[in-house]
Design a binder for this molecule. Structure first.
Ligand code: C2O
Ligand code: CU
Length: 586
């Protein structure tokens, strides 16, 4: 009997294996990578101060997934939390043909209940630097994240050479728990969570001390390179005259960051899993939701060590830089030069100049020359019944109980607002983006933008003033299920004539793009991936306060496998509906 089962399982495995390798264009060697994860809260000291983190298999950050382009990832995820649901989103992975595996609560699936297991199974079609993170409530802020790195398929090569590689996952950390932060943000009046206590590199930071204390005029105590096991800095050990690839991914909850290595140039070659036209800089910005690969060459004095520094941009920093070492030397000797100096936090010209250097590598896919629909999205902060919210074209997103993917696929009535949000913010001529939004104009909403399958969509994100006078913030917008071309950035209010300045020649493909204060950003993508896809500001508190929307395309083409339908789409439905439709009996 056991023997029979054994063969059955192997037969199934073989069939899947054959199917997946034959459907992969890149290689015969595509495989399935199996992971078994459990998620639980753990006591942890990310910056030397003990708090709680969401740990995967007892680790923070979660384990790094490494695969090759064309591989299938199979993660069997068990929720060991006692009173909370859970999902994990695979940031930057397009989920072509598997929209139910996108890991977005209320959009692609129900939260996995406490004690239950859900299997994420999806392909990683393209080499690049990615990451994964919680996408329910503020679970990303609680530390539910890790790296996902996809190498080129067997036999293929990257368009650049390097001798070694490092991977840095960047995040920010509060001593207040994510549950307290959630309550603060959802209270009336809202209590702002403030700036993070620490910045983390691979989950490691240093609270209230500095590795460069002896260079600093401010009185701050020195910390050691050999701190505790959980927060000792991650040091990059290098050899002279080599070229290294450094992968950077930012999963910060709030902070925009600037990255630099003392005395070393950075050559940017990849962004969000797409090759870029290489360019060289002394320091670079990275926003939450973005990833990069940069090359650097160890051509400096090999008897010295150098600081690697990460600083806050775009908000007046109350958080000290995160520092670690580029270590040529065997011992962790202190650099003789101070950490590299980042641009001033509010030097937006430097940031815009950096953004404008980012162009696609020659030979990259080009955008269609025309669009079918343009959606202009005004980003405002509003008050709704005393609650501070963010709104997009005056609609502050409230997610429904039943995930869009299921309710649309199965035609469940009243699962969300039937009326989609508007393509324009209304008062195009009269709206003054330099002033706070007029009182009581925004409403709550759960409607979606339904995009015609295979059409080209332009989205113009329009920034504006927050509720406080003379303040406009940075918002990194992230799209699920697609890459988009970043056609351009502009200052002030977008006008139709600005279209003439769009870059259609070599715009970069990204999945995240920043909108600068009082400015606009124009994106173009093709709605060719059947599913329901989140599009939102990647700042966790902003999304939590409604700063997002949902695109639905090709919903009728989605074929949800029976077990997934039952386990992942049936929350919020009445028993009666389930009995009469029984989408997933098994
Ligand atoms: Cu990395 Cu919807 O986010
Ligand atoms: Cu935002």
């Amino acid at each position: 009997m056991e023997q029979v089962n054994y063969y059955l399982i192997n037969m199934e495995f073989l069939v899947i294996l054959l199917f997946s390798s034959s459907s992969s264009s890149s290689s015969m060697a595509a495989t399935i990578k199996h992971f078994k994860w459990h998620v639980e809260y753990k006591h942890w000291s990310p910056d030397g101060v003990e708090g709680t983190v969401l740990a995967i298999n007892g680790r923070f950050p979660g384990p790094t997934i490494r695969a090759r382009a064309g591989d299938t990832i199979n993660v069997e995820l068990t929720n060991k939390l006692t009173t909370e649901g859970l999902v994990i989103h695979w940031h930057g992975i397009p989920q072509i043909g598997t929209p139910w595996a996108d890991g977005t609560a209320s959009i692609s699936q129900c939260p996995i209940n406490a004690g239950e297991t859900f299997v994420y199974r999806f392909k990683v079609p393209k080499a690049g630097t990615y990451f994964y993170h919680g996408h329910y409530g503020m679970q990303r802020s609680a530390g539910l994240y890790g790296s996902l790195i996809v190498d080129v398929a067997e036999g293929e090569t990257e368009p650049f050479r390097y001798d070694g590689e490092f991977n840095l996952l960047l995040s920010d950390w509060w001593h207040k728990s994510s549950h307290d932060q959630d309550l603060d943000l959802s209270s009336a009046p809202m209590r702002w969570i403030g700036e993070p206590q620490s910045l983390l590199i691979n989950g490691r930071g240093q609270f209230n001390c500095s590795l460069a204390a002896h260079f600093s005029k401010a009185r701050i105590s020195p910390c050691s390179f050999r701190g505790g096991e959980q927060y000792a800095p991650y040091i990059l050990h290098v050899r002279p005259n080599m070229t290294y690839r450094l992968r950077l991914a930012s999963t910060t909850a709030l902070s925009a960051l600037n990255f630099a290595i003392g005395e070393h140039k950075l050559v940017v070659v990849e962004g969000d899993g797409n090759y870029l036209k290489p360019f060289s800089v002394d320091n670079m910005d990275i926003y939450s939701g973005e990833t990069y690969s940069v090359l650097f060459t160890t051509n400096q004095n090999p008897s010295q060590n150098y600081f690697i520094s990460i600083t806050v941009r775009g908000r007046e920093p109350k958080t000290p830089p995160a520092l670690t070492l580029l270590n040529y030397d065997d011992d962790h000797r202190h650099p003789t030069r101070p950490p590299p100096v980042a641009p001033r936090w509010d030097d937006y010209d430097a940031s815009i100049a950096f953004s404008n250097k980012i162009l696609a590598l020659e030979g990259s896919p080009k955008p269609p020359s025309h669009y079918h629909r343009r959606i202009v999205l005004l980003n405002t902060q509003n008050l709704i019944d005393g609650y501070t919210k963010w709104a997009i074209n005056n609609v502050s997103l409230v997610l429904p109980t039943t995930p869009y993917l299921g309710s649309i696929k199965y035609g469940i009535p009243n699962a969300f607002d039937p009326k989609g949000p508007p393509d324009r913010f209304g008062d195009e001529e009269g709206y003054d983006i330099t002033r706070p939004a007029p009182i009581q104009t925004a409403v709550y909403g759960s409607g979606v933008y339904v995009l015609r399958f295979n059409t080209t969509v332009d989205v113009v994100l329009q920034n504006a003033n927050v509720l406080k006078a003379n303040v406009s913030e940075i918002h990194p917008w992230h799209l699920h299920g697609h890459d988009f071309w970043v056609l351009g950035y502009g200052a002030g209010k977008f006008r139709d004539v600005d279209e003439a300045g769009f870059n259609l020649r070599n715009p970069p493909l990204r999945n995240t793009a920043v909108v600068y204060p009082y400015g606009w950003t124009a994106l173009r993508f093709v709605a060719d991936n059947p599913g329901a896809w989140a599009f939102h500001c990647h700042i966790e508190p902003h999304l939590h306060m409604g700063m997002g929307t949902v695109f639905v395309e090709g919903a009728r083409r989605v074929r949800i496998p029976t077990p997934v339908a039952a386990e992942a789409l049936a929350c919020g439905l009445t028993g009666k509906w389930l009995m009469s439709h029984n989408p997933g009996h098994h």
